[in-house]
Write a protein that binds this ligand. Structure first.
Ligand code: SAH
Length: 352
């Protein structure tokens, strides 16, 4: 049975489902989910990400986290953790770049939060020679100092969508029209989590990511108690507004309801909600990825790597540098939010 047929049967029997329920089934259904059974990254997949574009991304993120660790007195042991590590490329680049940081590799314990069995295997292979502990959720990360990176993780979590109607909201739901999946609107409901969105005018749409606050709370507890730092990199803005649901298949936009389980589904990240869920931490200013990487010295690193390259490889390297940093490419769309324990220095490349 296809996932589309399973969803249609469920909706036929029990009525329309929320967009978050639909996304959860599409992305992480135990056998037919998009992430469950495939490696979606790279040229043969549906999309690519910053660590897959250039080794410089993981190198600079790794060095930024190692600097935060040194700034906080080099606690040991410290968890070096990643949420949704994809192919493990970022972590492999981070580890290579930080080999020379005195004491860092002796102090770190690697923890990867990943639901996909396929990607878990790729991550273990990419990190061969390192001890890796996989987790289903952030809730089981050790009770210890934490250095955490989440790149393009929060955009993969299911969102609910609400449309303003007077003092209430209508939730966007997925129902059936002649057997095909179709969008509809619920009856007006009150949404306590949207009380702070009084500025949204009639007909305006906002998104809520129900899973994000609990994940941020797990990160907050460890960093507030034991120290450490977290870096969240993703597309989105301080406050989400409008429909940002996006389906990608074979590097092309797709209709979100047409290929359930076979297209990647994402939504922009509402960074305000992440910061609000970790009130005991110091949060940085939300910083464009291009600015962050330039401050960390990506251009110097790019020049040094370019010296050993010629021809096509050199052209590709220059294009990758531009892609990560330029405002017309990923430089402005992607944002970085850093968290540290209050009173600890903010991560390099970011300010408060
Ligand atoms: N960070 C990587 C991969 C981004 S794709 C990169 O930048 O290349 C999203 C990643 O999050 C994948 O590894 C996917 O399997 C994982 N993922 C998606 N939903 C998840 C969830 N609910 N819990 C844990 N991991 C999840």
């Amino acid at each position: 049975m296809t996932l589309a047929a399973i969803l249609a049967a469920r909706i036929g029997a029990a009525g329309p489902i929320s967009l978050a329920d639909y996304m959860a089934e599409c992305l992480t259904h135990p056998t037919l989910g998009y992430y469950t059974s495939r490696d979606p990254l790279g040229a043969a997949g549906d999309f690519t990400t910053a660590p897959e574009i250039s080794q410089m991304f993981g190198e600079l993120v790794g060095l930024a986290l190692a600097q935060a660790w040194a700034d906080q007195g080099a606690p040991a042991p410290v968890s070096l953790a990643e949420l949704g590590p994809g192919r493990g490329t970022l972590m492999a680049d981070a580890l290579r770049a930080t080999r020379a940081v005195p004491g860092f590799h002796d102090a770190i314990r690697l923890h990867l939060v990943e639901t996909s069995p396929t990607l878990r295997e790729k991550q273990s292979a990419a990190l061969a020679g390192h001890d890796v502990t996989h987790h289903d959720t952030a809730a089981t990360l050790p009770d210890a100092p934490l250095l955490l990176i989440a790149n393009e993780f929060f955009d993969a979590l299911p969102v609910r969508q609400f449309v303003r109607t007077g003092d209430h909201w209508r939730e966007r739901v997925i129902g059936l029209d002649g057997g095909a999946l179709t969008f509809g609107l619920s009856a007006p409901v009150e949404v306590p989590d949207l009380l702070h969105r009084g500025e949204v005018t009639e007909g305006g749409l906002v998104e809520l990511c129900p899973a994000a606050p609990a994940i941020m709370a797990e990160i907050e507890t460890r960093i507030a108690t034991h120290g450490g730092a977290a870096l969240v990199v993703d597309y989105g803005d301080w406050r989400s507004l409008g429909d940002t649901l996006q389906a990608l298949k074979d590097h092309r936009f797709d209709d979100p309801l047409t290929h359930p389980g076979d297209a990647d589904l994402t939504a922009h990240v509402d960074f305000e909600a992440l910061a609000a869920a970790a009130p005991r931490l110091a949060a940085s200013r939300l910083t464009p990825q291009g600015v962050f990487l330039e401050r960390l010295g990506i251009t110097l690193r790019a020049q040094s790597l370019a010296r050993n390259l010629t021809g096509q490889a050199r052209d590709a390297h220059i294009a990758a540098h531009r892609r990560l940093t330029h405002a017309d490419e990923m430089g402005n769309l992607f944002k970085v939010l850093g968290f540290t324990r209050t009173r600890a220095p903010m991560l390099p490349g970011l300010d408060i």
